[in-house]
Design a protein around this ligand. Structure first.
Ligand code: NPW
Ligand code: ADP
Ligand code: K
Length: 462
């Protein structure tokens, strides 16, 4: 689950009002974090505490480590705690640890300077503190967030934050853990449950969320049980894309596939004899379970005429690449848009920096406003439903940073959306399958060398 700072504060406040004080939540956080810390018995430890509740968490962790027999120093570079709960913990913990005025080099630095209470770029003395920590050779373990990293977006982030080795995110992840600009500061990420209820609209997809049963086949099944889709793509100079998408759809189990391609694509038809073929100028039949439009297409070349036919179909419609260049939102059935940040920039009239700096909010707002399913692609692809809720894919696969990858995703989406509503969250499953296949093939072929076609062949091997 992923939370904004405001949501965390609200959850915290509700807990406090209902008899669960912050001081106990700090205890819960520390007792969950301490057993996970990669600390050896002889390690020297410095805990850097700020003046808020993040510092309070730091105090309890320091106390627990001291009780276990570690040599612990606590540094309060910004002065004493302003938070009541933190002050209470500091009073007792300071009798067990060494409180120091000047920082010392240690094996481990525990970063409890700022958490979700940070607003805007770091100011004042804290800037020097962050720089000092980043100069250390120590293993740096951050509580909740690497200090200096904002919780929700990277729009105002100026680049100054603690570079953590590992971050222990309390209750849930924060959005910036999945933004290109800020995620590297987190190091490895671990989520820590502190016993509060979960209510977030955003979830995190990992390998274990892939539903392997979607590959299962009933022994008495027929091709029509797995859906009939059409992929409309290609243009005079971009002829490969629909064939990549089509091949991916077949490798993803679609029962029947039509490819609608321009006349110039005729020489390629023999490369995918499993598909049936149409030309862009043909009249669209009404019998498809899903339609994908866009791979390899360019505006003009008859796109508007094709779209006039497509938009009256009641099945799910996946819109990608060239078909995204105009705002085409009016359809009868579910509409699934699959832009990369550049395409999304054109759809929203926002800059790529604005989108990449605040992906979660921008994507959620757009999906709600236009009542569409949105797949905002990237290293951490967002999959958003028309209610503005969504999931982030965390299966990383740099082999996909290559032409043709998006066409494959469109093919997988076509296959899964063709299953007549039988699958739960087809978009999430498609994004996971795509990333898992790329990750899997990257174990035998270097990611730099993986072809889009290799990813397609791997779909059936994971
Ligand atoms: N439910 C949960 O998950 C629970 C979470 N808990 C923990 O509480 C943490 C949040 O604690 P929090 O709200 O007290 O804020 P926190 O992050 O310590 O920072 C506040 C300090 O930062 C300062 N400051 C702000 N901006 C600044 C800037 N730009 N540049 C410089 N300084 C700046 C600000 O100073 P001020 O402006 O007030 O002078 C203030 O002193 C959360 O991350 C988690 O660790 C648990 O303990 C309980 C359950
Ligand atoms: N560095 C990366 N790590 C993981 N996935 C990536 C990375 N770069 C791109 N991808 C994925 O590859 C696909 C690329 O799609 P797109 O940009 O439309 O490519 P194309 O133009 O080749 O069709 C998306 O699914 C995206 O999420
Ligand atoms: K921190």
């Amino acid at each position: 689950m992923i939370y904004t700072a405001a949501e965390i504060k609200q959850i915290d406040q509700t807990a406090t009002q209902n008899g669960m004080p912050e001081s106990i939540l700090m205890e819960r956080a520390a007792s969950a974090i301490v057993p996970k810390l990669p600390i050896e018995s002889h390690s020297t430890i410095l805990v850097v505490c700020g003046t808020g509740n993040n510092g309070g968490d730091g105090w309890v962790v320091a106390r627990e480590l001291a009780v276990k027999g570690h040599e612990v120093s606590v540094w309060l570079p910004l002065g004493d705690s302003k938070s009541e709960a933190a002050s209470t913990h500091a009073a007792y913990a300071s009798s067990l640890v060494r409180v120091i005025e000047q920082p010392v080099a240690t094996d481990i630095v525990i970063d409890a300077l700022f958490g979700v209470g940070l607003s805007g770029p770091v100011t004042g003395k804290a800037r020097d503190v962050i720089e000092w920590v980043n100069q250390q050779m120590a293993t740096v373990l951050s509580i909740d967030l690497p200090s200096g990293i904002p919780s929700d977006h990277a729009l105002e982030f100026d680049g100054l934050a603690i570079q953590a080795t590992r971050t222990y995110c309390l209750h849930g992840y924060k959005r910036t853990a999945f933004l290109n600009r800020t995620s590297p500061y987190y190091g490895q990420i671990e989520r820590i449950d502190i016993g509060l209820p979960h209510t977030s609209g955003w979830s995190v997809l990992t390998e274990s969320d892939f539903n392997r049963s979607l590959l299962e086949r009933d022994r008495f099944s027929h091709k029509t049980d797995y859906g009939h889709g059409i992929l409309i793509g290609g243009s005079r100079h971009l002829l490969g894309a629909p064939f990549l998408g089509g091949r991916a759809a077949i490798r993803s189990g679609i029962g029947l596939l039509n490819l609608s391609v321009p006349r110039e694509a005729s020489p390629f038809i023999s490369t995918l004899p499993e598909a049936m073929y149409n030309q862009h100028t043909d009249v669209l039949e009404q019998s498809y379970d899903a339609i994908a439009i866009g791979p390899g297409m360019v505006e003009g070349e008859g796109m508007d005429t094709i779209w006039q036919q497509v938009k009256h179909q009641s099945c799910p419609i996946i819109v990608d690449a060239g078909a995204l260049s105009t705002r085409r939102f009016e359809t009868r059935g579910p509409l699934i848009l699959t832009p990369h940040p550049g395409e999304f920039s054109r759809l929203t009239n926002q800059s790529v920096e604005e989108i990449e700096g605040d992906r979660f909010a921008v994507a959620s707002e757009f999906a709600k406003q236009h009542r569409v399913h949105l797949i905002l692609k990237g290293t951490y692809t967002l999959i958003v439903t028309p209610d503005g809720k969504g999931a982030v894919n965390t299966v990383e696969a740099s082999a996909l940073a290559k032409g043709g990858s998006g066409d494959i995703l469109t093919g997988i989406l076509l296959a899964l959306w063709s299953r007549k509503g039988e699958l739960q969250s087809p978009s999430e499953q498609a994004v996971l399958w795509h990333a898992l296949a790329a990750k899997s093939i990257s174990r035998t072929i270097h990611p730099a060398s993986v072809l889009a076609s290799d990813v397609i062949e791997e779909l059936g091997r994971i």
